[in-house]
Design a binder for this molecule. Structure first.
Ligand SMILES: NC(=O)C1=CN([C@@H]2O[C@H](COP(=O)(O)OP(=O)(O)OC[C@H]3O[C@@H](n4cnc5c(N)ncnc54)[C@H](O)[C@@H]3O)[C@@H](O)[C@H]2O)C=CC1
Length: 485
């Protein structure tokens, strides 16, 4: 059995599916064929009001449980997700177009990892005791309250849990708004949490585009907003949250550098560049899309890369032997094609790809440009598609300076057999999530997030706890109070 793509209703609020047909219609399109696979409605003010009201109610009940009790619900939800991994993966593939050969291993799986990890941590969250002579201070780690999560379209299941799991572990409630491009998967996460024992209203899913997101961010009862999205949206959401003095986590875009030195293992370096550019058809925020290759090995690197890319199996994402799928939407494909045209016009050398693949789906070939220079648009702007820019460099200091010459700072990678150099270079790169002789690993145990324009705060790891809780400090005087008058 696989899930129907048409959900029972558009939203999941207060423990049940909820519809309000007065909301703007949203068509859900399967990117591999262009077919409409579901029709839903954006949330109306009435839906948002119900999500907020039930979220506040559930949060009070949930925060009164012990951390261990909350953790038990999250780990139970993780187990259910793993049991249904195939169904959830098929739905993720239909929602996003990413090949099943990927979704089976990284989407519901990574979401379950987050539920399991934060479920495990929930019982260990404590404040501290500070002795001050006879007096003392103790701190209580408290939840923030009602949190809002807003997702991008590339990892709908994963994003819903990377935000939801730490929020819930700390005793918060969450209203999650998926991207309007990929609204289906988060509904299943909400269903599963209720099945695992979460109180109705604790994790609500409401649909809609930017207007619904903005209504949630601006709601006076919302204490925190965590966004995964582009830098322009991040600016707007951060500003709106600031108006209400709300906590934020911003996971935004990138144009990350991948430095390949001439002593790198050639196959590993090519493999890393492929993982950092073509996984999920290049729709990954942390991708290493500026590949700096030391001049002496450039042509050998490009030849090996072209050979490996020729082996990509492009096609029906539900066929498990396929490992390269379509872009999420016709619009995104147009954006990416626009960048490919700019690359050609600016004089970059097209090594392979560069065209759409005929058919109804939104396919585009894995594309590599060489001889890219720092000033070209394809070296400066996030493309969010399967387009790799290869730049040459001569020495380490030059590569580091050029790699850092960007407003973004999400990720960075280095391939070298000289581990001292690996650490030295990574130490100087201004990025939040870095890799040595690897690329794009994102285990829940590691903090994930960017510096500079790529974001604020960290997801995953123990660091996320600090972004979903706050400390109350209590001073306790053991002696008499001495007042001046
Ligand atoms: N750093 C990270 O962890 C990741 C970042 N991204 C970034 O996301 C972008 C691609 O995703 P898109 O969905 O196109 O991004 P987007 O910025 O267009 O939309 C992101 C989300 O924000 C919502 N939104 C739009 N305007 C809003 C407003 N004024 N107030 C509140 N919510 C609003 C959208 O409906 C959507 O749910 C890329 O730039 C990519 O780098 C994607 C994945 C991971």
């Amino acid at each position: 059995m696989t899930y129907d793509t048409q959900p029972n209703a558009s939203h999941f609020v207060d423990g049940a599916y909820l519809e309000d047909a007065a909301g703007d219609p949203i068509d859900v399109v399967y990117p591999a064929t262009g077919a409409v696979i579901a029709r839903i409605h954006a949330a109306t003010p009435a839906v948002i009001a119900k999500a907020v009201e039930s979220g506040l109610r559930a949060q009070a009940e949930w925060a009164a449980l012990s951390g261990r009790e909350r953790g038990r619900v999250l780990t139970r939800a993780a187990r259910i997700m793993r049991d249904r991994n195939r169904d959830l993966s098929v739905l993720e593939t239909r929602d996003t177009g990413k090949p099943l050969s990927e979704t089976l291993y990284v989407d519901a799986t990574s979401a379950a990892d987050a539920l399991e990890y934060f479920g495990g941590l929930a019982g260990s969250l404590t404040g501290e005791h500070v002795q001050l002579g006879q007096d003392w201070v103790y701190t209580i780690r408290e939840p923030l309250g009602l949190c809002v999560g807003i997702g991008a379209w590339n990892y709908p299941t994963q994003i819903s849990c990377w935000k939801g799991a730490p929020a819930l572990a700390c005793g918060n409630a969450m209203i999650f708004k998926p991207s309007e491009e990929t609204p289906l998967c988060a509904l299943k996460v909400a269903e599963i949490l209720v099945e695992a024992g979460a109180p109705a209203g604790l994790y609500n899913v409401v649909q809609g585009a930017g207007a619904v997101g903005a209504a949630l961010v601006g709601h006076p009862d919302v204490a925190k907003v965590s966004l995964t999205g582009s830098v322009p949206t991040g600016r707007k959401v951060y500003a709106a949250a600031a108006d209400g003095m709300k906590h934020v986590t911003m996971e935004l875009g990138g144009k990350s550098p991948l430095l390949i030195f001439d002593d790198a293992d050639p196959d590993d370096a090519v493999g890393g560049a492929i993982l950092g550019n073509f996984y999920s058809s290049g729709q990954v925020c942390s991708n290493g899309t500026r590949v700096f290759v030391q001049r002496g090995i450039k042509e050998a690197f490009l030849a090996r890369l072209a050979e490996r890319l020729a082996q990509a199996k492009i096609g029906d994402p539900l066929d498990e032997s396929v490992n390269f799928g379509p872009m999420v939407s016709a619009r995104q494909r147009e954006i990416v094609l626009g960048y490919i045209e700019k690359g050609k016009a600016e004089g970059a050398r097209l090594v392979c790809g560069g065209s759409v693949i005929d058919g109804d789906g939104f396919y585009i070939q894995p594309t590599v440009f060489a001889d890219v220079t720092d000033d070209m648009v394809i070296a400066r702007e996030e493309i969010f598609g399967p387009v790799m820019a290869v730049l040459d460099f001569d020495d380490e200091a030059e590569a580091i300076a050029r790699a850092n010459n960007t407003p973004f700072g999400l990720s960075a990678g280095v391939f070298t057999r000289d581990l001292a150099r690996g650490h030295r270079v990574i130490g100087q790169l201004r990025a939040g999530s870095c890799f040595i002789n690897s690329y794009n690993d994102a285990p829940v145990e590691a903090p994930f997030g960017g510096v500079k324009m790529s974001g604020v705060g960290r997801e995953n790891s123990k660091a996320a706890i600090h972004h979903y809780s706050q400390l109350k400090s209590v001073y306790v005087r053991m002696g008499r109070v001495e007042a001046p008058f």
